[in-house]
Ligand binder design. Structure first.
Ligand SMILES: Nc1ncnc2c1ncn2[C@@H]1O[C@H](COP(=O)(O)OP(=O)(O)OP(=O)(O)O)[C@@H](O)[C@H]1O
Ligand SMILES: [Mg+2]
Length: 225
């Protein structure tokens, strides 16, 4: 009999419903969007609200312990205990990011529930020789996928957008390689109301694509409207 796996709740009923229950395990979930759309807040909140440790690779200094402590406190979670769950890595360049992802193989085990790579393409974008880097990106994604399956983890791969002038739209960076490896893809957009954001399900293993929900970014983190 197929045993349904416990999903990782986002803490927002609307987002959980959109994702068929929450962030999946044994699969890579890509969350992408332009700046300040809530990618880091959402990834941190998934780590905060679910049992198990979190390996958080912060490539841009976007992860804020103060912010997570505040989110915890406003949700009645002891901030010190909440922060202890997070193992933070801060690679300074793409080479170090590569080393850290490889190191996760000896560090992560079943006491973890989540790995976050925030963001996978920040260092990648500023370096050259794209085809070699694309191969390297693929390798990193492969390691994350292997870990997720071995230890039943959720993996959130945060990605940024670039403007594709030919198509006239914003697209995820390294769209193809990430599209192949990430079975679930969520796009976050701004909305013309302060603190409100839109989440669009672009791809999912068992939910229809194109679903849309709205959420707010508040002191508590990500909240339903
Ligand atoms: N304490 C807080 N209360 C309410 N909103 C906050 C608080 N702290 C941060 N924010 C809001 O969160 C948003 C930034 O969210 P977040 O850092 O998750 O975005 P992001 O998509 O990761 O951005 P980037 O691409 O720059 O990394 C900002 O709009 C900011 O105003
Ligand atoms: Mg961020």
């Amino acid at each position: 009999m197929v045993k349904f796996m416990e999903l990782l709740s986002t803490g927002s009923r609307a987002l959980d419903e959109l994702l068929g229950g929450g962030i999946g395990r044994k699969v890579l979930t890509q969350i992408y969007g332009s700046f300040a759309t809530g990618k880091t807040t959402l990834a941190a909140q998934v780590g905060l609200l679910n049992r198990g440790k979190v390996a958080y690779i912060d490539t841009e200094g976007g992860f804020s312990p103060e912010r997570v402590a505040l989110m915890a406190e406003s949700r009645g979670i002891e901030p010190e205990l909440a922060l202890q769950k997070f193992i933070i890595f801060e690679p300074q360049d793409f080479k170090e990011q590569k080393r850290i992802v490889a190191k996760l193989k000896t560090l992560v085990d079943e006491t973890f529930s989540l790995i976050v790579l925030d963001s996978i393409t920040a260092h990648y974008r500023v370096e050259e020789n794209k085809s070699r880097l694309l191969t390297e990106l693929g390798k990193q994604l492969q390691i994350l996928l292997w870990l997720s399956r071995k230890f039943n983890l959720g993996v959130i791969v945060v990605n940024q957008v670039h403007f594709d002038s030919k198509a006239g739209v914003s697209k995820p960076v390294a769209e193809h390689i990430l599209g192949y490896k990430c079975k679930d893809i969520l796009r976050l957009d701004k909305f013309n109301r302060p603190n409100v954001r839109v989440a669009v399900l672009e791809r999912h293993r068992f939910r229809p694509e194109g679903g849309i929900v709205y959420f707010r970014i508040t002191e508590r983190g990500i909240e339903d409207i």
